[in-house]
Design a protein around this ligand. Structure first.
Ligand SMILES: C[S@@+](CC[C@H](N)C(=O)[O-])C[C@H]1O[C@@H](n2cnc3c(N)ncnc32)[C@H](O)[C@@H]1O
Length: 216
């Protein structure tokens, strides 16, 4: 059973992990542009206002979004990540806050989440999905990139605590069906979906799933 205690534990665990790992992450991850990033940008009006959820160091995405002429608010639960992002991308605005606590109404043309929502358990994920939809204007675009399970339909009830360079954090794959079950009833239309198998030294082999949704 999911309890509020679990939610608090997961958020604190991840905040601590990313505060510890921030400097290493900034040094080692110079960013790779994954599929559908340009598709997301192409859907947005000139000068669009974008909320980047779990912005990390601001690289590569907040910076690239700024370079495309968008206005960017990056948020992150980690104090250290936010400090680094402010230095890396001075043209964007950054705020230290958990994405589970956002409370914006019809404010953003686009919301972007690259490898951040997979750090939420299903309860927090569903609550945050509602807040994302509330924060978008009608017609707004949502980009979501996270890992899918290797075999669709496997038992996903097991919580996943992973180790990133000695830092334990919660991270859970979400299947395409789970994502659609969450966002479609909230009024989102799936514009694009792509699967890529990517391999990196730090994370190993990953089944990367990217979605672009529109609020209709
Ligand atoms: C794997 S990094 C991804 C960073 C960046 N989006 C990218 O694609 O390079 C995950 C980021 O999500 C942030 N994060 C994790 N849980 C969060 C939460 N509840 N609210 C806001 N940020 C969170 C972490 O602090 C970390 O900076």
């Amino acid at each position: 059973m999911i309890t509020l205690k679990d939610d608090f534990y997961i958020l604190q665990l991840n905040k601590k992990a990313w505060d510890n790992a921030a400097k290493t992450y900034d040094k080692e991850f110079h960013g790779q542009i994954y599929s559908l990033f340009n598709d997301f940008c192409d859907q947005l009006p000139k000068g669009a206002y974008i909320l980047d959820l779990g912005t990390g160091t601001g690289l590569p995405y907040a910076k690239l979004l700024i370079e495309k002429g968008f206005k960017v608010l990056g948020i992150d639960i980690s104090t250290e990540m936010i400090n680094i992002a402010r230095k890396n991308v001075p043209e964007a605005r950054f705020k230290e806050i958990s994405m589970t606590d956002i409370n914006y109404k019809k404010k953003f043309d686009g919301i972007f989440s690259s490898y951040s929502m997979l750090q939420l358990n299903p309860h927090l994920f569903k609550e945050t999905a509602i807040k994302i939809v509330q924060a978008l204007i009608k017609g707004g675009i949502f980009y979501l990139c996270l890992n899918g399970p290797w075999v669709d339909g496997i038992d996903l009830d097991e919580d996943v605590i992973i180790d990133f360079k000695g830092n334990k954090m919660y991270s859970r794959p979400y299947s395409r069906q789970e994502i659609l079950n969450i966002f479609i009833p909230l009024g989102m239309k799936l514009l694009k979906f792509e699967v890529e198998i990517v391999t990196s030294e730090s994370w190993g082999k990953e089944n990367m799933n990217t979605y672009v949704f529109k609020l209709v």
